[in-house]
Design a binder for this molecule. Structure first.
Ligand code: HEC
Length: 125
């Protein structure tokens, strides 16, 4: 009986030790798909490329004049920068379960553009 308990405790210990490491590793390709071709993400500007993507895909809900004005808005650079720097922006535009826009993910190229802008420090350019 004692032996069984020791063996049990031992296997539970091993399982707990290996589980978080054994099952979790990710690489960029699994998360974001294969590297993009024909998608120029250099020199992304908030006032041009990023605003254009948002105008087409986000403004319908994320502006004060939208149908859902109670949620936060993306009208100024400061507002978008805050969501970008908190990680929420990338999180939601790449989310399978809670995507933004809610109707489905943006194109891989548009997501890569937003990501490039965030990686550059989400500048007000
Ligand atoms: C059809 C309306 C709609 C559109 C279009 C839309 N959103 Fe949203 N968004 C919402 C609503 C409603 C919420 C609040 C509920 C939630 O978090 O799901 C939200 C929440 C979010 C959040 C989470 C903020 C937080 O504090 O957790 C982010 C980030 C976001 N949206 C980004 C975007 C971006 C970027 C786009 C465009 C690419 C977009 N949304 C397009 C309706 C929309």
């Amino acid at each position: 009986m004692k032996k069984t308990l020791v063996a049990l405790a031992f296997s539970v210990g091993i399982a707990l030790l290996t589980f978080p490491f054994g099952c979790y590793y990710d690489n960029e390709e699994d998360l974001y798909g294969p590297p993009l071709t024909n998608c120029d993400t250099t020199g992304m500007r908030f006032s041009v490329e990023i605003r254009e993507i948002m105008a087409q895909n986000c403004d319908a809900c994320h502006t004060s004049s939208s149908s859902t004005p109670s949620i936060f808005t993306f009208e100024t650079h400061a507002e978008v920068e805050a969501v970008a720097k908190s990680g929420k922006l990338l999180n939601r535009i790449n989310s399978q379960s809670l995507p933004m826009p809610p109707t489905g993910l943006l194109s891989a190229c548009n997501r890569a553009k937003i990501e490039a802008w965030i990686k550059a420090g989400a500048p007000n350019n």
